[in-house]
Write a protein that binds this ligand. Sequence first.
Ligand SMILES: [Mg+2]
Ligand SMILES: [Zn+2]
Length: 172
Amino acid sequence: MDRDGTVNIGTPTYERVDSLDKVRLLPHTLEALALLASLKYAIFFVSNQAGLAEGLITWDDFEAINNKILELIRPSGVTVLKSYVCPHGENATCDCRKPKPKLLFDAAKEFGIDLKQSWMIGDRPSDVMTGINAGTKAILVKTGVPTVESREAIYTAPSLLEAVQYIAKDTK
Ligand SMILES: [Mg+2]
Ligand SMILES: [Zn+2]
């Protein structure tokens, strides 16, 4: 799953979280993640962090922010196995920036994940396309700033909770 704008509140315009005091979970995130934890999926963050390339944040900042988010979601009982990051700029020609699927392929390889039985959840069409490009099912959550549409998503959810409820129904 995507992180900023999906699990925690993304900041306006570029939806970047560049300091610890901007870290807040979206409403019902803990409830959503508790349900997700019960479904026994392996869970990963997959995040574009162009702020690293632009010098807005350092790797230490990224680690601090990410650890803070992991700490905030801990009460849900969910375990994020790894946080995958593209640290390159928006116009970079790297092979890891979403919607490129490389970070999902990396997770699949590293943890033996069957992408066909996996889901990508995010607040941007690029998240949806990352999932589709990697062969997963993909859900758009309308919790980004601003909210957007994606025709490619298998389902568009008002929030992460509805997204996880959809996955729960599909998984049964
Ligand atoms: Mg996002
Ligand atoms: Zn990259």
